[in-house]
Design a protein around this ligand. Structure first.
Ligand code: THU
Length: 175
């Protein structure tokens, strides 16, 4: 009996599969960015000055470019009740979508600084912001180009948030 059971486990183990999830992220210097990307990154960098980050001291700026070229910036907004604050990415996307509900978001740039200055490595969006970026892509049926700024290197995710959100919860399952 034991042997049989053992055999059973073995068979199951052999059937187990693995899937490898891969993400393509381009790495480049600030100087290597296209003029259009640099403009959006510069807007995000400039926006960090308006961040309200009195608790973390981590000032984040974001900028989105809409389908007609309009640029909208935003920053993180903190609160003494910590979860009531909001990241720069979501502040910016929600503001853009509230002001221009019919204009697709085409690109998003993110930058951050502390009292020591700008970060050497790119700042990457948190999980909740990634989910909101996904929703925005779905809403406008348009992938969002994402440019993450660091003084030493920048990351570009060219064709939408999916590489940063593997196995994401997709609204299609609700249909
Ligand atoms: N924050 C952002 O605004 N964006 C990110 O991608 C990560 C974190 C903010 C939230 C909080 O105000 C501060 O940075 C520290 O976590």
């Amino acid at each position: 009996m034991n042997n049989l059971l053992f055999g059973c486990f073995l068979i199951k183990a052999n059937l187990m599969k693995e899937i490898i999830l891969q993400s393509k992220v381009k790495v480049c210097s600030y100087e290597e960015l296209s003029a259009e990307d640099r403009k959006l990154v510069d807007a995000a960098r400039k926006a960090t000055a308006n961040s309200y980050a009195v608790y973390s001291g981590f000032n984040v700026g974001a900028a989105v470019r809409l389908c007609d070229g309009t640029m909208v910036c935003g920053t993180n907004q903190e609160n003494a009740a910590y979860p009531s604050g909001l990241c720069a990415e979501r502040t910016t996307i929600f503001w853009a979508n509230s002001q221009y509900p019919d204009k697709a978001v085409k690109a998003l740039a993110i930058a951050a600084c502390t009292k020591e200055g700008e970060l050497a490595k790119p700042i990457t969006p948190c999980g909740a912001c990634r989910q909101v970026i996904l929703e925005t892509e779905k809403r406008f049926n348009t992938p969002i180009r994402i440019i993450l700024y660091g003084t030493e290197e920048c990351y570009i995710i060219e064709d939408g948030i999916k590489p940063l959100l593997p196995l994401c919860f997709d609204s299609e399952v609700l249909e």
